[in-house]
Design a protein around this ligand. Sequence first.
Ligand code: ADP
Ligand code: MG
Length: 400
Amino acid sequence: MTDEHGPGRVTAGFREVYGTEPGGVWAAPGRVNLIGEHTDYNDGFVMPLALPHTCLAAASPRADGVLRLHSGDAPGGVVELRVEELSPVAGGAGGGDRGGWAAYPAGVVWALREAGLLTGREGGAELHFESTVPTGAGLSSSAALEVVTATALNDLYGLGLTPPRIAQLCQRAENAFVGVPCGIMDQMASACCTEGHALFLDARDLTQRQVPFDLAAAGLRLLVVDTRVKHELGDGAYASRRAACEAAARALGVPALRDVPFEGLDATLAQLERLGHDTATRRRVRHVVTEDRRVEEVIARLDAGDTRSIGPVLTAGHASCRDDFEISCDELDLVVETATAAGALGSRMTGGGFGGSAIVLVAEADAEAVSKAVTEAFAAAGHRAPRIFPAVPSAGARRL
Ligand code: ADP
Ligand code: MG
């Protein structure tokens, strides 16, 4: 990482805003998900990797219970709050970031206070953020912002939190304070990923395994294609998909769809039909159950050292997101169709859907031609030019 976006710049930013030296600088990355979409809130499997793009925070503690937040990436000045007074309502929560960007870090401080880790009277802080994670692109800029906040406070206050615990508190902040019903994947990815690996995570008990993911050794590249669109229906659709999954699990008498065995899937779908569930619900279930299976398949192939062969599994995952879970959109479908037609090994949407980003697995030698084909297809369709860059599996949250 150059110092353009490094400790020097964010320290200078802190100095300018607060007039003092920060107590330290922390980083937390954005992520792409290799496979396992909408499985985390079904207690299933996911496999994200951290991007080199990070949210940096320069921070100092305050002993007077005042929280001061500033972002070099958001308009407006310093947001000043009292830790003691933070509450989901006072924070302007409910429905994404309508309460303003500061709801994300403020929510983290609230979650730490709620967990009895910070006292409202004394546990304050000053934070200044600068991020290279594109926002709203499905690459988890929000989780990076949360996790860098929690990691900084963990160190400044000696809280002794492990990365998974940090992830859980950040998820609570996003769910209960910001008002976004997200699963645990994004925060776990930002907190726990390691360089050169994908993170195999069981979202039920948070057991994890770092799976070596050496693209260069395999002569491959994983491209991220940021479509730069975010369709409005995304937020409501996320909540309704989640509700449909939970209703189906209840009807089937299992704790979560993760407990529906892949082998018995046809019988389960027939059972749901008998119970009066519509075809849409049955397709949602089929996506979740087959997607968990695809995560296991990708891991088996990576463990066998056959990285190339995960390509068709990724593309099958896209078809399932598009047809069964119905969370894709024209732009994402166009990336996948164009990339695979132009010689990519596999491609799929990544993240919540309805815009955001897709990933493309491609032989190094074909990367340029595939990128060009996607860019041209977007121009021909009248879409804004996509942003394309390689995903290099990078480190999780850390002090710099
Ligand atoms: P994603 O997490 O996919 O990027 P979200 O909609 O979940 O998209 O989160 C994006 C929001 O997170 C932004 O609208 C903004 O409120 C907040 N955010 C992320 N990074 C920053 C930052 N560096 N400074 C201020 N706000 C940020
Ligand atoms: Mg987010």
